[in-house]
Design a protein around this ligand. Structure first.
Ligand code: MN
Length: 311
């Protein structure tokens, strides 16, 4: 249906719906969603009708495609914060199937990844809209990988000076930070062994946008301690608190930095224990403790429902 159409970059249009489908496959969405992603721009941009999609692919796929088409017609002009909240609510309310929103997020993610082909004014407008509407919706649904990538791309186009400042600082300090991570990971693994608790330790670098937010609050780069948060992932809640106890016995926790999101989950159902400790290696260090189940929710949010076929 898209034959002959091109993206602004000059590639065949089909590259776009395929990329959107691939993002949704990675998130673990179901077959109908992936099919709808491949077809998501067909009603709007080609001669194909809803009836034809319905006949060929069934009622679920056509209603998903129609939902995405309807959302594409929403006009986000406002920059006022309270109106952005209204727009986000309207966006959510207009879809009777949450998969429509997830397709729309994947669509926006691919458009943001290929934003360099737009003119500068278009880049700023789309990035601002993404930051105001789409990234908060991804956050609300708990789909943290999409939220993080969207925000970092927005930062690059909206505040390029800050983006490249952070990129340079992060790369300057990478080697020493990695050494620190290796030391602490080793100690945490030994700790698990001593406690007789089955678990894994891993770390992921913080997104640039969350570093940016801290810099904007007036924190110097050198005082941002959680550039990499180490995670301890265990089987059950009891083990989470046991590991926390051992960590606080071994290292001194920084006052005011301990958060118990297990007892009091975030609104998007995120759960974890967070603490920042002083180690023998100098800089304070953030550690997050959670179960495997909580980890799935933290990474995929509502999308975990399809990925892990939960009830
Ligand atoms: Mn699209």
């Amino acid at each position: 249906a898209h034959q002959g159409q091109k993206r602004q970059s000059g590639v065949d249009y089909l590259v776009h719906p395929k990329a959107v489908a691939e993002i949704l496959i990675d998130l673990g969405l179901d077959c109908d969603t992936v099919v709808a992603a491949l077809l998501h721009d067909v009603i709007e941009d080609t001669e194909v009708t809803s009836e034809e999609i319905s006949q060929t692919f069934g009622s679920v796929v056509v209603s998903l495609v129609q939902g995405v088409t309807k959302l594409s017609k929403l006009n986000f002009k406002s920059r006022l914060e309270e109106q952005a909240e209204n727009l986000r609510r309207m966006f959510m309310a207009m879809s009777n199937d949450i998969r429509v929103i997830i397709i729309k997020l994947a669509d926006r993610l691919h458009n943001m990844r290929t934003l360099s082909y737009k003119d500068e004014e278009g880049q700023k407008r789309i990035a601002q809209e993404t930051l105001d509407i789409y990234a908060p919706i991804a956050a609300r649904l708990g789909i943290s990988s999409v939220k993080g990538e969207l925000e970092d791309l927005c930062l690059r186009y909206l505040y390029p000076d800050d983006y490249y400042y952070i990129a340079e600082k992060v790369s300057q300090t990478r080697v020493e930070r990695q050494e620190l991570v290796n030391h602490i990971s080793k100690e945490l693994q030994d700790m698990l062994k001593e406690l007789g608790i089955e678990g894994e330790v891993n770390g992921r670098p913080k997104h640039f946008y969350s570093i940016y937010r801290k810099l904007k609050k007036g924190k110097p780069f050198e005082q941002i301690y959680d550039l990499i948060a180490l995670r301890v992932i265990v089987d059950n809640v009891k083990d989470c608190y046991a590991v926390l106890g051992a960590i606080h016995t071994k290292w001194k926790p920084l006052p005011g930095r301990f958060k118990d999101y297990i007892s009091v989950p975030k609104a998007n159902m995120y759960q974890s224990l967070h603490t920042t400790v002083l180690t023998a290696y100098g800089a304070p260090f953030e550690i997050q403790i959670r179960t495997h189940e909580m980890h799935k929710m933290a990474e995929y949010g509502i999308a975990a429902h399809w990925k892990y076929k939960q009830g």
